[in-house]
Design a protein around this ligand. Structure first.
Ligand SMILES: Cc1cc2nc3c(=O)[nH]c(=O)nc-3n(C[C@H](O)[C@H](O)[C@H](O)COP(=O)(O)O)c2cc1C
Length: 222
């Protein structure tokens, strides 16, 4: 395994926003988690727990989530970012516009962008959804460790040609998710990962995001 191999894998991965209905074999989902669990965590606490839905369970969850969104108010366990300003706001807008452009939504089309946003709650048609939780008592570091797990999950999935998308949007409905999946209140619901096989012909999968340069990121000393 070389850095070139790893970079190739990381470049292949992207957030998938249109899935085929085909199921991923459970043995492969298990292999993805077997690999993802190798990430580091503070004190090796491995705070992540994952609830994984497949097939009919995903369909029931999708329907219940959409019903909740149409009637309930968002209340994430983990407070959402207060605001995005400056370069963060620019990047947020750039990736939003790239998506809207790909699916043919014009700037200022609130109805169109709202509809596309609602695709989050249809899990973009994915046949599987993983809900990621961390113990409340581990606070921000539990969430940080679990973020590494989320990334590793998406990369391990990609290595099996399984597409994925982490979704904070799903975690907006914290109390509903706790009730629906019987997740105890001493665990924080961090995000979901919808996954399956990409519909490569769908326009929502027809764009890629870019990244800041190394010099934009690093403050070199010495
Ligand atoms: C923690 C986390 C939460 C995210 N939540 C959402 C979401 O709710 N909806 C969505 O469409 N994309 C979501 N994304 C995907 C990001 O928009 C995406 O990773 C980013 O634009 C970079 O694009 P790429 O993943 O295709 O490289 C999330 C990503 C992360 C890591």
């Amino acid at each position: 395994m070389t850095l070139t191999d790893l970079e190739a894998l990381m470049k292949q991965r992207h957030s998938c926003r249109a899935f085929l209905p085909d199921l991923v074999p459970q043995s492969q989902i298990s292999d993805i988690i077997t690999t993802a669990r190798r990430v580091p965590s503070w004190c090796n606490a491995q705070p992540w727990q994952v609830t994984v839905t497949s097939g009919a369970e995903t369909e029931s969850f999708r329907a219940a989530l959409q019903a909740e969104v149409s009637s309930g108010a968002p209340k994430p366990d983990l407070p959402f970012p207060e605001k995005y300003t400056g370069i963060y706001q620019d990047r947020r807008r750039t990736c939003g516009f790239a998506l809207y452009d790909a699916v043919g939504i014009e700037k200022g089309d609130r109805v169109g962008s709202g509809k596309q946003m609602m695709q989050n709650f249809a899990l973009f048609g994915a046949p599987h959804c993983a809900i990621i939780t961390s113990p409340k008592e581990l606070g921000a570091y539990g969430a940080m460790d679990s973020g590494g797990f989320v990334t590793a999950f998406t990369l391990a999935a990609q290595a099996l040609n399984v597409a994925s998308i982490p979704q904070a949007a799903v975690a907006s409905y914290g109390p509903f998710l706790h009730r629906y999946f019987e997740i105890p209140d001493d665990r924080l619901i961090l995000c979901a990962i919808s996954f399956g096989y990409a519909d490569t012909t769908h326009p929502a999968n027809g764009f890629r995001t870019d990244r800041a340069t190394v010099d934009d990121i690093v403050d070199w000393r010495g």
